[in-house]
Write a protein that binds this ligand. Structure first.
Ligand code: XMP
Length: 430
C-alpha cells in the first residue's frame, strides 16, 4: 500500500467528515469506520498510523453510550479521543482540535507521511480490486453519470476485460449522451461494453402515463428489469461494481447517524442475483471523485457533468410523454448547454435545463397562425440541492438561447424563464 492512514472511528459525532477531510487536507489519507470495528479489521486496513475516536451528540444508541472494542487500545497505534467521555486513551479533546494540534498528532505522534494523493489512491485501489476480484468477472451498470464512469475507468485499469459494463439507453438520455458513453468507454478505453438501446420499450411503457410518480416508478422498475435480463444472460459473474461514494453512505444512515434517504445505486436488484460488491469510491467525497476521474484520464465534460436525474428527460417532458415533445426537450436542452458553455456559464451555474409542458399556445410563424409548445428554461444554484436560488441570467444570453430555440426546435413557438426558487418549487418539475 502506498498511503499512510489515520482511522476516524464514529462514536456519534456529526463532524466525522469534517475531521476526515481536515486530515486529508494535511496530505494524509483518512477513513471513517464504525465504532464497533474489531482489532482484526483495523489491522487488515494496512498502513494505519493512528486512531481518532470521534464522539459527539449521537453517542447514545439504544439507550447506551457507544464504546470501542477495548483491544483497539492494545494494538500499539496512537489513539486520541474527541468529545468522548468513555474513552480510555491519553489524550482527550472536548471538541475538534485545531489544525496545529491535528498536525502534531498526525505527523509528530503518529509519524504519518503526507503521501495521500490521487495517484497513490488509485494505485492502492487497483491493488485491492485485483486482490478482491482475482480472475472473476465484475458487472457494472454504466449510466454515464460521474460516479459510475469513474468506477468504470478504475475497474478497466484494474481488471481490463474482466469488467463487463452494461449501458442501458432508456430513450430519455440527453442529446448524444449514450453515443458519448460508447465512444469513451468502448472506442477509447476498450471496455467490454454491452450497449442496449431500450428506447422503444421504455417509451411504449410510458405511453399515456401522466402521473409523475408513476412515470418515475415505471422508468426505475423497467431499468432494473432490462439490467437483470442482461445480467442473467452473462455467465460467470461474481461481482457487481457500484459507484457508491461517501455521502451516499452517510445519507443512507450509519450506526450512529440516522438515515436521510436511502441510496440505491442499482436500486433493488433481485436477491437471487447474488453478487458481492466492488465499491472503490466509497471513501471519496464528490470533488475527490472528480479528481480521481481526471487522473484516470476521463474527459473533463464527463467528470464535471451537471447532475442529471435517473429518469432523465422523462421528468422534463411533463405529463404523458410524447415523441414530439421529448424531441423538443432534447433539442432545446442541447442548445441551452451549448450556449451556456459559450458564455462560460457551464463552470459557474450548478444546474440548468429545459422542460416542455403538455400544453400548446397560439403564435405566428411565416405570417400564419401556429399552435405549438412552450419551452421553459431553468437555471439554478445550490450547495446541497435541498434549497436553490435562480441564476440571474444575463439578458443577452437569454435572448440568444430563446432565438435559437424558436428558430431550430420544431413545434415550439414560446420560451419562458422559470423564476422560482426552491422551496416552494423543486429543482425538477416532476
Ligand atoms: P429536486 O427536484 O428534488 O431535485 O429539487 C434535487 C436534485 O436531485 C436531482 N434529481 C435526481 N437525481 N435521481 C437522481 O439521481 C432522481 O430520480 C432525481 N430526481 C431529481 C435533480 O436533478 C436535482 O439536482
Amino acid at each position: 500500500m502506498k498511503q499512510d492512514m489515520i482511522v476516524v472511528l464514529d462514536l456519534g459525532s456529526t463532524e466525522n467528515t469534517v475531521l476526515a477531510r481536515a486530515i486529508r487536507e494535511l496530505g494524509v489519507y483518512s477513513e471513517i469506520h464504525p465504532h464497533d470495528i474489531t482489532a482484526g479489521e483495523v489491522k487488515a486496513l494496512e498502513n494505519v498510523k493512528g486512531i481518532i475516536l470521534n464522539g459527539g451528540e449521537n453517542r447514545i444508541v439504544d439507550g447506551k453510550e457507544v464504546e470501542v472494542n477495548p483491544e483497539l487500545y492494545t494494538l500499539g497505534y496512537p489513539v486520541i479521543a474527541i468529545d468522548c467521555p468513555s474513552a480510555k486513551c491519553e489524550k482527550c479533546y472536548a471538541k475538534l482540535p485545531d489544525k496545529e494540534a491535528l498536525k502534531a498528532f498526525v505527523f509528530d505522534t503518529c509519524k504519518a507521511e503526507a503521501n495521500w494523493n490521487m495517484k497513490n489512491f488509485i494505485e492502492d485501489q487497483i491493488e485491492q480490486i485485483k486482490k478482491q476480484v482475482g480472475d472473476k468477472k465484475v458487472l457494472l451498470a454504466l449510466s454515464g453519470g460521474v460516479d459510475s464512469s469513474v468506477v468504470a475507468a478504475m475497474l478497466i485499469k484494474a481488471i481490463g476485460q474482466q469488467l463487463v459494463c452494461v449501458h442501458v439507453n432508456h430513450g430519455l438520455m440527453r442529446k448524444n449522451e449514450s453515443e458519448g458513453v460508447v465512444k469513451v468507454f468502448r472506442d477509447e478505453l476498450k471496455a467490454n461494453l454491452i450497449y442496449i438501446d431500450a428506447s422503444e420499450r421504455f417509451l411504449t411503457k410510458l405511453e399515456n402515463v401522466a402521473d409523475p410518480e408513476q412515470k418515475r416508478k415505471i422508468i426505475g422498475g423497467e431499468f432494473i428489469r432490462v439490467f437483470e435480463e442482461e445480467a442473467r444472460k452473462l455467465e460467470g459473474i461474481d461481482f457487481l461494481g457500484q459507484g457508491t461514494i461517501y455521502p451516499d453512505i452517510i445519507e443512507s444512515g450509519t450506526k450512529t447517524a440516522k438515515t436521510v434517504k436511502s441510496h440505491h445505486n442499482v436500486g433493488g436488484l433481485p436477491e437471487d442475483l447474488q453478487f458481492a460488491l466492488v465499491e472503490p469510491l466509497k471513501q471519496l467525497f464528490k470533488d475527490e471523485v472528480r479528481a480521481c476521474g481526471l487522473e484516470l484520464g476521463l474527459p473533463r465534460e464527463m467528470v464535471y457533468r451537471q447532475p442529471f436525474p435517473g429518469p432523465g428527460l422523462g421528468v422534463r417532458c411533463l405529463g404523458a410523454i410524447t415523441r414530439d415533445r421529448l424531441a423538443a426537450v432534447r433539442e432545446s436542452d442541447a442548445i441551452l448547454r451549448e450556449e451556456f458553455a459559450k458564455a462560460g456559464l457551464d463552470k459557474t451555474v450548478w444546474q440548468y435545463f429545459t422542460v416542455v409542458p403538455d400544453f400548446k399556445s397560439v403564435g405566428m410563424k411565416n405570417h400564419e397562425r401556429c399552435f405549438d409548445y412552450t419551452v421553459i428554461i431553468r437555471a439554478i444554484n445550490t450547495i446541497d440541492a435541498m434549497t436553490a436560488s435562480i441564476e440571474r441570467l444575463d439578458w443577452d444570453v437569454l435572448e440568444i438561447i430563446t432565438n435559437r430555440i424558436l428558430a431550430e426546435v420544431p413545434n415550439v413557438n414560446r420560451v419562458c424563464y422559470d423564476m422560482s426558487p426552491k422551496p416552494p418549487a423543486t429543482i425538477e418539475f416532476e
